[in-house]
Design a protein around this ligand. Structure first.
Ligand code: 9MR
Length: 347
């Protein structure tokens, strides 16, 4: 399928199947009128890329910086978009503000870290209230190779129970929001222990009646191109949904690492990967939200990270830097049109 005229806006194609579609945004899109218009044309939902992270909200220990998040929430409200919250608890120490390293380990540190985490959840959820319909409560808790819980700020100070405590507090603080555990969840058999670790966590949380509604699949695909395993991926999603969880794609993009020098072959490769992944993932009626980690290459995080060997910009999003649709756009549209209908998202 070429990249000429799009067959319809993605939010509309998705809505016909009961799926809420959208893109992640930041201050960049808000102050770029063409990028903002693109978000409005294509999205029914948005996620702030970085505005609600600890490093943005808590630059200093006692002052809170809600301005960036508020601007995005205002944009969502004005334009009748659903807003997802990303993220309340992200354990790796590099995702915490610099001052957090001063929180000690040991018994005193445990009390302090738990109190910091719970106060954070309370304050941020109260600030946005029902304006945030779905929260990534905990993000990326695992070591991918071993499938064990990864070390980090919360795990090292509070212990593995930081996850349960976070979900309990989130339900209390955001009683109407969907609560999500969010993770990479690769469409590949390269990290079988990661999949096993997440399944075990989801099973334990269910057994203990911890308030959690869904698994967020980030969907940053293409990094391990060649190790995709459809049967393994399908089996993993089957196990998650059998436990009664809903699914979301929370951060979709496709790494553009094909060695071909021409843009045509690179874009075709990205589109084929997108379609392969989406055909399996969207076949689950439990999947009701689908967010791209940016709709265009113009404001993509890949502009800063993971440069291609040939120095060219990666082309990882449905629209390019000139905001023209690419074959990936057509692949997403085709996958949405092929997806079965489901009961619409209730968030
Ligand atoms: O795209 C985000 C980038 O702009 C930030 O610098 C980075 C660190 O906060 O986070 C990126 O988003 C990540 C997301 O929050 C969690 N999943 C992986 C995403 C890509 O690294």
């Amino acid at each position: 399928m070429g990249c000429g005229q799009p067959p319809g806006h993605l939010k509309d194609l998705a809505k016909r199947k009961g799926i809420l579609f959208g893109g992640a945004i930041g201050p960049e899109e808000l102050s770029d009128s063409t990028a903002r218009d693109l978000v409005l044309r294509e999205s029914a939902a948005i996620t702030p890329r970085n505005a609600l992270k600890w490093r943005t909200l808590r630059r200093s220990r006692h002052d809170w910086s809600f301005a960036e998040g508020d601007a995005i929430a205002q944009f969502a409200q004005t334009n009748d978009l659903k807003m997802r919250g990303h993220v309340l608890v992200w354990n790796p120490i590099e995702n915490m503000p610099d001052w957090a390293v001063d929180v000690p380990h040991g018994a005193a540190g445990r009390v302090e870290a738990q109190s910091l985490m719970e106060t954070h959840i309370e304050r941020v959820c109260a600030h946005y209230g029902d304006r945030i319909a779905s929260w990534d409560v905990v993000n990326e808790a695992f070591e991918p190779y071993s499938g064990d819980l990864a070390p980090g700020f919360f795990k090292d100070r509070i212990g593995p129970e930081y996850i349960e405590l976070a979900f309990h507090k989130a339900r209390e603080a955001a009683p109407h929001a969907q609560l999500v555990y969010n993770d990479y969840m690769r469409w590949s058999d390269k990290y079988p222990n990661h999949h096993k670790g997440v399944l075990k966590l989801l099973e334990t949380l269910r057994k203990k009646n911890i308030p959690i509604d869904a698994l967020g699949i980030q969907g940053h695909i293409g990094k391990y191109s060649g190790t995709e395993n459809d049967a393994h991926w399908y089996g993993f999603l089957k196990e998650v949904t059998a436990m009664g969880y809903d699914l979301l794609i929370t951060e979709f993009d496709v790494r553009d690492f094909a060695r071909a020098p021409d843009i045509g072959s690179r874009d075709a490769n990205v589109a084929a990967l997108a379609k392969g992944f989406l055909d399996i993932t969207l076949s689950f009626p439990e999947l009701k939200q689908f967010i791209c980690w940016g709709l265009s290459d113009r404001w993509s995080w890949f502009r800063q990270s993971e440069p291609r060997e040939d120095g060219e910009l990666q082309r990882t999003a449905p629209y390019d830097i000139d905001l023209k649709p690419k074959p990936m756009y057509a692949a997403i549209a085709a996958a949405l049109m092929a997806a079965p209908s489901r009961d619409p998202a209730t968030i």
